[in-house]
Design a protein around this ligand. Structure first.
Ligand code: ADP
Ligand code: MG
Ligand code: ZN
Length: 607
């Protein structure tokens, strides 16, 4: 039925309507005149009538020839009238006397009424059919499944057809994996926990940056657990009809309890779990109802049901505190961005089906992708494979990885018409960054420098952190400031003036300096006080504005300290560049010619 396109249904309905209208028109023949009983009798007496049909209290007659009635101009072929309520015993005699043929209809054949309502039934049926189809469509979007089985462990069914995801598919994230695996143990042996009087865990919240594998981990858990698995994405609750979200939550929990042991997984919890009463435009009632339903369902567990609720979010900071209190999502599992070894393991998972050239060293590839999430790495492998296919080779090489990595980090190469003067300035600017990075003792090692415009940037100096940093020490940050400002300094020294090209550098340097002063207490004049006016988001790297909580005087001091840091950093860049002026000149000339200079070449020129 679903294969039949909409327009066919519309055509059928339209046709039915037309048919109905037409048939009513035919029944009410305009050629029949309604006349009074006395006039009817008079017509009989005049001998104008050939046949009469008696139908209950209605008498309709066929005229022997068309005639006009009353003031009309139409010729009528039939007349009809209503016989007196008491009946007219003389009528039959009168008709017989005038040799008129008499037809009789049964008073009620018992199905007459049925005939008249059948079309309405059909119409109603079609209407219901469409309504259900529409609902079905909405539910289909609910994970792309059929409306009937979206409730009942649909993921478990899904896993049967697809290849099962297991913990082997989740690379790195050992801590998170272990913690999630404990849940399976609980579901399989609830008695062990009960014996020692331990309350079973209720809710587990997976948090982490987008693409760190939260959904993947939950699916792997479903694959490993061997229990019923209910999967729902919270963002889809609010797309539905009003009031459906809450009832869906209720049904899902009901079903999960009925089929315990089971796991409920609510993906993108923040879509419904935002703190209540803070919604824009007066709040989203639908969302709040859904959230309330989740809360009350989680309270409704009697304690011994083997049901665990797993949820994932990348915005734990906006979640309603009521969700996080003990008894609800009280266990928090954080998925971090992978470090170098984890990145290598993730790459290994995703290159299983990709033929690699022998020279490819996944460890090097992993090292060149700092800050990549699992999803980014998967994308990298895929893009590299696509590039290989496009080049018509059957092995993916290091070069494919390298090009795609640049593309992912900085966007696609742009072909801009750059004037020679500007080209030189770009080379000088990047050479400035590169040189100061090279000579700074606390900077990350250089990877390469390029002036090929990509995405929004006209050039870039790439550095790769040797090992993962979790805190940034003061010396590193000071060097960082000098490196960021060095592009501009290079322009000043070699071109004699500066340009607007350092726009982004200045912004970044200022932000960094401000954080050093107001958040990390790295200014002696001010000391360790939190004076930040914004808070960095834990996973999204975005700044969230905060109200100012300190005086104008302190505010001025912060500004002074920030500007001192920046000026010192600039001076240090000036010193470095002047000290190595001739070598840097060689570097920027090469850069101007080659457009990209690799790590080895940089070392050769500058050391
Ligand atoms: P999110 O945390 O945003 O839910 P997903 O679980 O959807 O991220 O991850 C997207 C994809 O990235 C996964 O389907 C998987 O292919 C890949 N991925 C992410 N993390 C890992 C990992 N640790 N190991 C292997 N693949 C991963
Ligand atoms: Mg996800
Ligand atoms: Zn720059």
């Amino acid at each position: 039925m679903k294969q039949i396109p909409y327009w066919v249904w519309f055509a059928i309905i339209g046709f039915m309507f037309a048919a109905m209208l037409l048939s009513t028109q035919l029944v009410q023949q305009p050629k029949e005149a309604k006349i009074s009983y006395s006039e009817f009798k008079q017509t009989v007496l005049n001998g104008d009538i050939k046949e009469v049909t008696l139908d209950g209290d209605k008498a309709s007659a066929l005229l022997s020839s068309p005639k006009k009635f009353g003031a009309t101009t139409t010729d009528f072929e039939r007349v009809s009238t209503i016989t007196p309520a008491s009946g007219d015993p003389d009528l039959i005699k009168l008709l017989e006397k005038n040799n008129i043929i008499i037809w009789n209809r049964p008073l009620d054949d018992g199905i007459g009424w049925l005939k008249s309502i059948v079309p309405w039934f059909v119409l109603f049926g079609v209407y219901i059919f469409f309504l259900r189809r529409m609902q079905g469509n909405v539910m289909d979007r609910f994970g792309g499944r059929n409306s009937q089985d979206f409730l009942v462990g649909s993921s478990a069914q899904e896993e049967k057809t697809e290849r099962k995801v297991t913990f082997d598919d989740v690379a790195g994230q050992e801590g998170a994996k272990r913690e999630v695996a404990e849940l399976v143990d609980f579901l399989k042996h609830p008695q062990t926990y009960e014996n020692v009087g331990a309350e079973p865990p209720r809710g587990v919240l997976l948090m982490g940056a987008p693409g760190t594998g939260k959904t993947l981990l939950a699916r792997a858990l479903a694959g490993e657990a061997g229990v019923n698995f209910f999967h729902i994405s919270a963002s889809e609750f609010i797309e539905m009809f009003v009031g459906v979200g809450a009832s869906r939550v209720r049904k899902m929990f009901e079903e999960a309890k009925k089929r315990a042991p089971s796991i409920i997984f609510i993906d993108e919890l923040d879509a419904v779990g935002r703190a209540r009463g803070t919604g824009f435009g007066g709040g989203n009632d639908e969302r709040e109802q859904t959230l309330n339903q989740i809360l009350s369902e989680m309270d409704g567990f009697s304690g011994h049901e083997a049901v665990i609720v797993l949820a994932a979010t990348n915005r734990p900071d906006v979640l309603d505190p009521a969700l996080l209190r003990p008894g609800r999502f009280d266990r928090h599992v954080t998925l971090d961005l992978p470090d170098k070894t984890a990145r290598e393991q993730i790459l290994k998972v995703h290159v299983r089906k990709v033929p690699l050239a022998k020279e490819v060293n996944l460890a090097t590839v992993a090292a060149s992708c700092p800050g990549f999430s699992g999803a980014d790495l998967k994308n990298l492998v895929n893009e590299a494979a696509i590039a290989a296919a496009r080049n018509g080779v059957d092995e993916v090489t290091t070069e494919h990885f390298d090009t795609m990595r640049d593309k992912i980090i900085m966007g696609t190469v742009r072909t801009l018409a750059i004037q020679p003067e500007e080209h030189k300035r770009l080379a000088v600017h990047e050479a400035g960054h590169t040189a100061v990075a090279f000579y700074s003792p606390n900077a990350d090692p250089l990877y390469k420098v390029t002036i090929i415009p990509r995405g929004r940037a006209l050039g870039a100096t790439h550095m790769l952190p040797g090992e993962e940093r979790h805190t940034l020490d003061e010396n590193y940050l000071l060097d960082q400031l000098a490196i960021i400002l060095a592009g501009r300094v290079g322009e000043q020294i070699f071109m004699g003036n500066v340009s607007s090209g350092a726009d982004d550098d200045i912004k970044r340097a200022t932000q960094l300096a401000r954080s050093m002063v107001s958040r990390w207490g790295m200014s002696k004049d001010i000391g360790p006080i939190d004076l930040s006016q914004s808070e960095e988001h834990p996973f999204l790297g975005r700044e969230i504005a905060q109200p100012k909580r300190f005086s104008e005087a302190i505010s001025n001091k912060v500004d002074e300290a920030v500007s001192k840091l920046l000026k010192d950093a600039e001076q240090s860049a000036v010193n470095t560049i002047t000290d190595h002026k001739s070598k840097i000149e060689v570097l920027f000339k090469m850069l101007e010619k080659e457009e990209t200079v690799s790590h080895d070449q940089i070392t050769e020129i500058l050391s």
